[in-house]
Design a protein around this ligand. Structure first.
Ligand code: NAD
Length: 282
């Protein structure tokens, strides 16, 4: 069996098209959705990510602004910068560059961003809504991973979904979204014993571990659907957490890296921003 390639670039085009239409609708009512990036330090990959999203936002008519803070910014200074964006009426969404420097934690962000402007679902309020099954902002990568299944006609209900990774932005929320879709969900993580024994039981395998080619051919069963969020820069380029070339020979469907979850995540961030703008202005 050679897998169907789940093409994230193609999927992102249709998400962006609908975002553009919704932005035009808002603009007709005099509302100009605006996303503000907060960058910390001069990390080249992070700044490249921000400028890529800025270009994408411009393509769909979303305005952007950027606040640049030094790498050693104190929690108090970050707090007051975010507080000024929380209070700024023209700002619909706030995206703080990740990963944060070691002296700051995502817990800090989860309590200082206004939940109405929390386009990446990081706040206590939005995380609580996710786990209570209420609608709210959900981390964009997790939404992207389940969106890929949805638009590809892959139905999680009744299937065994294995999620590798339990971070707040990828594994944990994706497991929650799969439960909502009636999948039977197993979450594996760094302390899981015999990871292969767990992943071989997966009908759907969702991976966000941050380890290049962690998932090898012997760890998957024929016919599995694989969605790989991993982004790992290596000497031979960016690779995922899954050995794509080997696993595509047995999977029924698989996302490539690059060109899989990444582009869909970017489009979902902008969709979340439009959700925020629409909700703020009723
Ligand atoms: P993280 O370090 O916060 O979490 C990694 C998780 O994977 C942890 O729960 C850890 O227990 C688990 N893990 C790590 N090694 C493991 C192993 N050997 N066996 C089993 N579990 C293991 O990372 P993160 O922020 O969740 O990111 C994960 C990956 O997803 C990274 O490659 C990151 O670059 C990528 N990512 C991609 C997007 C996107 O838009 N495509 C967005 C965010 C993160």
């Amino acid at each position: 069996m050679v897998a169907q390639i789940l093409d994230g670039r193609k999927i992102s085009v249709s998400v962006l098209e609908s975002v553009k239409q919704r932005v035009e609708g808002l603009q007709e009512s005099g509302i100009h959705p605006t996303l503000c990036f907060v960058t910390i330090g001069e990390s080249e990959p992070a700044l490249m990510y921000v400028s890529r999203l800025e270009k994408l936002a411009a393509r769909v008519g979303i305005s952007v602004c950027r606040r640049s803070l030094p790498f050693d910014v104190s929690l108090d200074d970050l707090d007051s910068e975010v507080a000024s964006l929380n209070a700024a009426d023209y700002v619909d969404g706030i995206l703080v560059q990740m990963p944060l420097p070691p002296h700051l934690t995502s817990v800090d962000l989860s309590i200082i961003i206004d939940p109405r402007k929390d386009v990446d679902g990081l706040t206590v309020h939005n995380a609580g809504k996710l786990y209570l099954g209420m609608s709210g902002q959900v981390p964009s990568t997790a939404v992207a991973m389940t969106h890929i299944l949805h638009v590809s006609g892959i139905e999680p209900a009744g299937k065994h979904a294995v999620v590798v990774g339990r971070s707040k932005v990828v594994g944990h929320p994706v497991a929650e979204l799969l439960l909502r879709c009636d999948a039977t969900v197993t979450v594996a993580h760094r302390a899981t014993r015999d990871l292969g024994a767990v992943t071989r039981g997966a009908d759907i395998l969702m991976v966000g571990a941050g380890e290049p080619h962690l998932i090898t051919l012997d760890m998957v069963k024929p016919g599995v659907v694989i969605v790989d969020a991993g982004i790992n820069p290596t000497e031979s380029g960016v690779v995922g957490d899954v050995d794509f070339e080997a696993c595509r020979e047995v999977a029924s469907a698989i996302t490539p890296v690059p060109g899989g979850v990444g582009p869909v995540t970017n489009a979902i961030v902008l969709r979340n921003l439009v959700d925020s703008a629409e909700q703020r202005f009723g």
